[in-house]
Design a protein around this ligand. Sequence first.
Ligand code: GRF
Length: 203
Amino acid sequence: SRIVVLISGSGTNLQAIIDACATADYPGEIVGVLSNKADAYGLTRAENANINTVALSHKDFASREAYDLELIKRIDAFTPDVIVLAGFMRILTPAFVQHFQGKLLNIHPSLLPKYQGLNTHQRAIDAGDKVHGVSVHFVTEELDGGPVILQAKVPVFDGDNSDDLAARVHEQEHRIYPLVVRWLCEKRLSMANEQAILDGNPL
Ligand code: GRF
């Protein structure tokens, strides 16, 4: 399968998927990486792996709709089967989400439906949660609201700050995202009636 990854930042999840794609039996390859920020370190990671990159700044567009229409065009040029949001810090228009419905994945650093939006690690600490984690989900028009596919949990220890917790969550992100991307590449994963459905054994 052909994978396109969208980023805005450091791209450690992108790296985890690059590394997974380099293993012998992985059923997908990353054919393009797009960023809304030209200085995103993830673009360097992609270039180092000989993957085509596109930097498309939202600041060059008059509206969110206009930006997303151009983004759709640039993504479609790669004829992808799977589109992976990996730290892409943009709210997407309904037109964008509908265009890629069922092929579009996101990773969100909380145990959804808890803590949609930003600052999830600090919010988990402030709430006194003993367990925190990360979710991979299909993207729908509701921000961080689409059907959850897989979650991983981490403990929250006394005295943790949000960086400690983010690091612990990141380790799990790098485990579960390549796994879910694999399922979608294998066409074992689908979305129906607002639910994620996996055929066969998870591992
Ligand atoms: C991750 O925490 C992810 O859950 C969130 O954005 C961050 C991206 O990190 N959606 P990275 O750029 O992959 O390191």
